[in-house]
Design a protein around this ligand. Structure first.
Ligand code: UDP
Length: 335
């Protein structure tokens, strides 16, 4: 099979590409490197079955050609990270809404299966955890920037499902819950890479708000496993499916786990939301997926324990820091 992955140089995209290449598929990546990076896919360049295009999905001609050549389109290109969204709401809304529309339009012309990534953010302030796919979406007011992300992704979902209902374009919508692992950068404010970097530097670990809010962290290998199984599953077409781990932890609990597992001397500090994001910022208190539907469709549930995930992420950042330090060591020994 030949997969076109938009956002393929991003964190999830690069892991998906890796897995598909390993199992013998061909992969074409389309990425404008706005948040993705060549670093994420450098290790894949030796695969002859990999092609990459550093271009925007808004380049309609390139997109049409790439969709034409692909068997399946995986649409992961999106504005990511709450901080980015609070800082650049125009870009968030435009990228998410226009991008998905262009993908669906192009795929429809050639009748290609589209898997499009949505987010657990769409459940918003719903308090009825675990979140089932048919639960109400409870969003805050439009005056609060963070909700633009959820609203734009919800619109993407409506559009994808409408293409399925009205035009019989085969689509699968996945709602990704907090996904973590090597290659995720802390640059866009995501909590685990931020905490691990802080811990490795013995800097204060910054817990936002009370730290009593909770999340479930899913290893990116499990996320990718879920995505691939869904794309291989005829019954997933026209469906919305959660992908996430169900092991729940508070953010202050996460800070503690990271501190312990990295044997860090960091202190854990609490930062008010208005200082971390913007005045009036609203956070989700709990976010837990129900993954019964994923399991019913594919027989799979993400289960990598948090301790293992934290160790993998720490090992990744340790290696990265060692590699960054290495040239200086060589230079100084040559002096
Ligand atoms: N968070 C934190 N410290 C950080 C970054 C994030 O306490 O340095 C909190 C954030 O306020 C949220 C949780 O960690 O409650 C998860 O944040 P993230 O941006 O990773 O994902 P979200 O679940 O908000 O999409």
């Amino acid at each position: 099979m030949r997969y076109l992955i938009t956002g393929g140089a991003g964190f999830v995209g690069s892991h998906l590409a890796e897995k598909l290449l390993e199992r013998g598929d061909s992969v074409v990546l389309l990425d404008n490197l706005s948040t993705g990076s060549m670093e994420n896919i450098r290790h894949l360049k030796s695969f002859e079955r990999l092609q990459y295009h550093l271009d925007s999905i808004e380049n309609k001609q390139v997109l049409a050609e790439l969709v034409d050549d692909a068997d399946i389109v995986v649409h992961l290109a999106a504005a990511v990270g709450v901080r980015l969204i609070v800082e650049s709401p125009v870009r968030t809304i435009e990228t998410n809404v226009n991008g998905t529309q262009l993908i669906l339009e192009a795929a429809h012309k050639k009748r290609k299966l589209v898997l499009t990534a949505s987010t657990s953010e769409v459940y918003g302030k719903n308090t009825q955890v675990p979140f089932h796919e048919d639960a109400d979406l409870v969003l805050g007011p439009t005056t609060k920037g963070r909700w633009s992300y959820a609203a734009s992704k919800a619109l993407d979902e409506f559009l994808a499902l409408a293409y399925w209902k009205e035009k019989k374009l085969p689509v699968i919508v996945v709602r990704l819950f907090n996904t973590v692992g090597p290659r995720q950068t802390g640059r866009y404010g995501m909590v685990l890479p931020s905490f691990v970097n802080q811990a490795l530097e013995h800097q204060p670990i910054t817990v936002y708000g009370s730290g009593k809010q909770s999340r479930c962290f899913c290893d990116v290998r499990d996320t990718v496993g879920g995505l691939i199984r869904l794309m291989d599953c005829e019954r997933a077409i026209g469906e919305v499916v959660n992908i996430g781990n169900t092991e729940e932890i508070t953010i202050e609990g996460l800070a503690q786990v990271v501190k312990e597992r990295t044997q860090s001397r960091s202190e854990i500090v609490y930062v008010p939301y208005e200082q971390a994001y913007e005045p009036g910022f609203e956070d989700m208190q709990r976010r837990v997926p129900c993954v019964d539907k994923l399991h019913a469709l594919t027989g799979f549930r993400p289960q990598t324990p948090l301790s293992e995930i934290v160790d993998r992420v720490s090992a990744y950042f340790r290696e990265k820091r060692a590699a960054a330090a290495a040239p200086r060591t060589v230079a100084s020994s040559a002096d």
